[in-house]
Design a binder for this molecule. Sequence first.
Ligand SMILES: [Zn+2]
Length: 265
Amino acid sequence: MRFFDAHCHLQDERLLPILDAVMERARQAGVTDMMCCGCEERDWPLVGNLARRFPQVRASFGLHPWHVSTRGPDWMETLRRFLSDVPSAIGEIGLDHTLDRTRFEEQETVLIAQLQLARELHRPVSIHCRQAWGRLLELLDHHGWPENGLMFHSFSGPKELVPSLTRHGAYCSFSGSITHPRNIRGRKALAAVPLDRLLIETDAPDLLPSLPPEALAPGVNRDLPVNEPAYLPLILGVAAEIRTTLPETLAEATRANALSLWHLS
Ligand SMILES: [Zn+2]
């Protein structure tokens, strides 16, 4: 089986020092492609370098709602430069209402600017949304849904939301959070997404899936284990059980969906 990790952060300081081992474990696990998302100006050069160094690493550049306050005066110009220098998509961008309320307006300004850039440059978009679905849909309806593809990463909305997203051609991507049996809402949403709109991701190094201790990669700090792309087959296996389908079917479909969303082959 071959797998596409639709969302991860290989540039993270928890993964960079062990990256050769991480990439080798990903290869052995059959993870042939990884969409590596930059989140702030500081990490865009790292993502660009990784995409140049590893053919299996695909790049996205964006300003994440958590990092809006770190942006410099020329951030849009810098973003444009990365988007033109490296074959890439836009993300991770979005809205997060679990954060400090004073930044909601700033988050929206930054998101809208990047959605406009995606339209202008014909790029697909990866969206982060936490507890802000109502407002996000309002903004998308008002400013226009991305015309060149979009995905909602680590989808956390209710299953009732799925049709209003897929109607606009959106993909819903599920992370290791669905491996936790108590995540009933996430599991119901996963079961509700049409196969041709579904993606699977690790969001490494965050969102470590529920793993038996023996499944942890050798040599990692067992007290502070980090997530990595090699765990994607495990997440996909649980997703296949929830959807009562074969892992092979799910691996093939989610990989084909990712290739189609990001215009890759
Ligand atoms: Zn992420």
